[in-house]
Write a protein that binds this ligand. Structure first.
Ligand code: ADP
Length: 327
């Protein structure tokens, strides 16, 4: 795809908080009417990237443009083209759905009949027109998120940015929200960027950028990314996984790694390998699983460690807390 057909172009984005590098040279494009996911574990840099794209923060270096407007040099103009839905609630629960949208419309210079029509339109779009005059505090979590979405969409942005939009929602409300995002893409041709740390959400995106410790480790459709691993993933449970992995490597000349208490292998034809490995190490394998590669496997393949890495998460949390104390 040519660079000029990108709705969002991120080039060599670097961001440092004091001595911590949150983004380490990230580049990618988002295409028109694409549902694009930013997937990464806690601390991988998603929120930092999100804040830069929504013009709330200036990167240490590199550029981000949305519809050709530079996030650092033209933040005011850029903001008119984006809708932003933050993790934290921004609607006023004491006001009705309609009143919340009325105030939001004023911020964007919408007035009178035009605004009324647009509010009706957008409430219909998120399935809440019949609740327009109810206070938002009487809504379920999923409905409140839909009002947030309506707020972000009121001024007809070409791009919608959402930071972990399904946090705190039950599975039914999550599914609904994703359906709305797909409808927006298909019927209004909005480009939707969603940050998530959930694999099952990432799988619903058209394309994904996977982040790890500030680096872009994979970019593509979920199918492309998992296909790249090929074959099967085998996990073996053993009392001494390190020793078993060493011996599997030397006997079968395959790449066996140790993840927590398991030996992990990526093998072309898993079903053929299983009887061989069980026979080669009688009594040593306590359990065994063969599965098709998932996005979690893509992450392991590219980084050498699990997506849920407690050490990395703890380090990321310490970084944030340190910063919070300074203010
Ligand atoms: P994510 O959204 O993927 O959890 P973040 O962008 O919040 O990741 O964080 C990326 C890295 O930057 C982490 O190591 C985190 O500790 C650090 N970080 C984030 N915000 C701050 C801050 N305000 N001050 C210092 N370090 C921060």
């Amino acid at each position: 795809m040519e660079a000029n057909s990108a709705v969002i172009a991120v080039r060599g984005l670097v961001h440092r908080y004091q001595d911590r590098t949150a983004l380490n040279g990230v580049s990618f494009d988002v295409r028109p009417a694409e549902l694009f996911g930013l997937l990464g574990p806690n601390g991988s840099g998603k929120t930092t990237l999100f804040r830069i794209l929504s013009t709330l923060m200036v990167p240490s270096s590199g550029t981000a443009t949305i519809v050709g407007l530079d996030a650092v040099r033209q933040p005011g103009a850029l903001r008119r083209h984006i809708g932003v839905v933050f993790q934290a609630q921004s609607v006023d629960p004491k006001l009705t759905a309609y009143e919340n949208l009325w105030h939001q419309g004023h911020l964007y210079g919408l007035r009178g009949q035009e605004l009324k029509t647009r509010i009706d339109e957008i409430l219909t779009r998120v399935g809440l027109l019949d609740r327009a005059s109810d206070r938002v505090e009487t809504f379920s979590g999923g409905m409140q998120r839909r009002i947030e979405l309506a707020k972000g969409l009121l001024h007809h942005p070409e791009v919608l940015l959402l930071d972990e939009p399904t946090t705190g929602l039950d599975p039914g409300a999550r599914r609904d929200l994703w359906q709305y995002l797909q409808i927006l893409r298909d019927q209004e041709h909005v480009s939707v960027i969603v940050t998530t740390h959930l694999m099952e959400e990432a799988e619903r995106c058209d394309r994904l950028a996977i982040l790890n410790e500030g680096n872009l480790v994979a970019l593509g459709t979920p199918e492309e990314l998992t296909r790249e691993i090929g074959g099967d993933v085998i996990l073996l449970e053993a009392r001494d996984p390190q020793s078993l992995a060493d011996r599997i490597r030397s006997k079968f000349h395959v790449d066996a790694s140790v993840m927590d208490t398991q030996v992990r292998l990526e093998i072309e034809s898993g079903h053929r390998f299983v009887p061989d490995v069980v026979e080669a190490f009688p009594g040593e394998i306590q359990s065994l699983s063969v599965s098709k590669p998932t996005l979690e496997d893509v992450f392991i393949h590219r980084t050498g460690h699990r997506f849920w890495n407690e050490e990395a998460e703890a380090a990321a949390e310490t970084g944030k807390k340190k910063k919070a104390k300074k203010h």
